[in-house]
Write a protein that binds this ligand. Structure first.
Ligand code: BES
Ligand code: ZN
Ligand code: ZN
Length: 485
């Protein structure tokens, strides 16, 4: 969605939208006020009342957009929802462009930016693989012009637009099929998208990882023809911080389960098993795009988990970078094997002030929390409180889950230091507990299990069904609240 600002409605735009606050007089002529009322339009968040008026040779198309109560504490949240509703209404309407006239609307610059954020995010979809779409299914709306924006809107939007670009990049990576996005092409896509933005790249190839002793990550990729990789992206903005904060993502570009192969039904979903890595890449794009005043390193462990004559077997023992030995009971519990080496390397290389990892780690988190919240596991109350607060304010909701020594015991192995699965119960917690064994004492760490939130079967507040882009907004907000404050 292209968003521009103008003093007056451009002559070639036929559709003009205005905000109407809940139960407030929208200043309409009597017949339209009656029309709105009989259409049950009250200005409730996201309601749209459409009407035509005279003007030009074709007449003018108008829409009133419900903004909710004008003095609501949640006005920005409401306006974001309203923007999304506006896009939904007109995305395939035949109109290529619309104007939002904010003159005398009472919307603030921050409110306008929120409105645009909703409009832009809800308009994202990936159509490049559809070649036979009917005319009426095709997206037409690609541009929004804001008229009469309050002072400061353009700057506020420039900042939000960077975050929107990050969310969209994550969605793109997650939506792409696994024959298009595999470890090497993931790296290339990131390099291309972040090119010239001042992000420093480090790429580890398999031979580098062998030298570093990353037997756990390499074991997962062993059955794939695609080479495994680690990609680190560092954004060092203007900051007095002496240590970076690290975001680490699980990037299993396809998870068949390996020799512990998954059932066929629904396996296609496992293209989104790189959603953690996708969120980290999108966050780096957002931070670099808005020149965040923070030092952040994003590290992604990229592998494809395939069954093959070379694939690792259940019962194999592998050694991680920090020397711990792992009994691989189930080759489908591969995310933790990828992450443990990525986490060790990140801590050793960057000595981060804090580490947050994101991973589509367990189906069990969907049993616990459904698709509404991601699980948040942490050894540090302050870090997890701040992440949860950042999630609340952006809509990437997190829910704290427990960890502790009693769960840790469940992943002891009779033959090695640790096994990669526990008993049936508490599957998400034992997975988190596994990762915790690879975190250096004293390093604040949080693990976000996003298996239930990266992909949705139904449209949500600012996303269509499919990839949500979960993770980017919460991490970006955490950086704002904690590192840039
Ligand atoms: N990628 C899956 C987790 C997953 C499941 C993500 C469903 C999204 C939707 C992960 O690698 C996995 O297979 N985990 C196993 C662990 C089990 C073998 C202990 C699981 O959740 O079943
Ligand atoms: Zn798996
Ligand atoms: Zn997986």
């Amino acid at each position: 969605m292209q968003i521009t600002f103008s003093d007056a409605v451009p002559a070639d735009i036929r559709l003009v939208t205005r905000i109407a606050w809940k139960d407030a007089d929208a200043g309409l002529p009597q017949h339209l006020a009656f029309g709105a009322k009989s259409s049950r339009f009250t200005g409730k968040v996201g309601q749209v009342f459409e009407y035509w008026s005279e003007g030009g040779s074709e007449g003018q198309r108008n829409a009133l957009l419900g903004g909710g109560a004008k003095d609501a504490k949640t006005v920005a949240v409401n306006l974001e929802k309203a923007g999304a509703a506006l896009t939904v209404k007109f995305l395939t309407s035949g109109e290529k462009a619309l104007a939002i006239d904010l003159t005398d609307s009472g919307v603030t610059a921050a409110g306008a930016a929120a409105l645009l954020m909703g409009a832009r995010l809800r308009g994202w979809r990936m159509d490049q693989y559809r070649t036979t779409q009917k005319e009426e299914q095709k997206k037409t709306l690609t541009a929004i012009t804001v008229v009469g924006a309050p002072a400061g809107t353009e700057a506020a939007w420039a900042d939000s637009a960077a975050v929107a670009a990050g969310v969209e990049f994550t969605r793109e990576l997650v939506t792409e099929p696994a024959n298009v996005i595999y470890p090497a092409s993931f790296v290339e896509r990131c390099k291309k998208r972040l090119d010239g933005m001042g992000v420093e790249f480090v790429i580890l190839e398999e031979k580098d990882m062998e030298e570093l002793g990353m037997g756990a990550l390499l074991g997962v990729g062993q059955g794939s023809r695609k080479d495994s990789k680690i990609l680190a992206m560092r954004w060092k903005g203007e900051t007095s911080a002496t240590k970076p904060t690290a975001f680490v993502g699980k990037g299993v570009t396809f998870d068949t389960g390996g020799i512990s192969i998954k059932p066929g039904a629904g396996m296609e979903d496992m293209k989104f098993d790189m959603g953690g890595a996708g969120a980290v890449a999108g966050t780096m794009l957002a931070l670099a795009g808005r020149k965040a005043k923070a030092d952040i390193v994003g590290v992604v462990g990229l592998v494809e988990n395939m069954p093959d004559g070379d694939a690792q077997r259940p019962g194999d023992v592998v050694k991680s970078m920090d020397g711990q030995t792992i009994e691989v009971i189930n080759t489908d519990a591969e995310g933790r094997l990828v992450l443990c080496d990525a986490l060790c390397w990140t801590q050793k290389t960057y000595e981060p002030a804090a580490v947050v990892d994101l991973a589509t780690l367990t189906g069990a988190i969907i049993i616990s929390l459904g698709h509404e919240h991601a699980g948040c596991f942490s050894n540090d109350d302050d870090l997890s409180d701040k992440l949860i607060a950042a999630g609340k304010s952006t809509g990437d909701k997190l829910w704290r889950m427990p960890i502790g020594p009693a769960y840790d015991k469940l992943i002891d192995s009779p033959i090695a230091d640790i096994r990669n699965v526990g008993p049936r119960g508490a599957g998400s917690i034992t997975a988190a507990q596994f990762l915790h064994r690879f975190i250096k004492k004293g390093t604040p760490w949080a693990h976000l299990d996003i298996a239930g939130t990266v992909w949705t079967d139904k449209p949500g507040a600012t996303w269509d069904k499919g990839a949500s882009g979960f993770g980017v907004r919460v991490l970006d907000q955490y950086v704002r609240d904690v590192l840039e404050a």
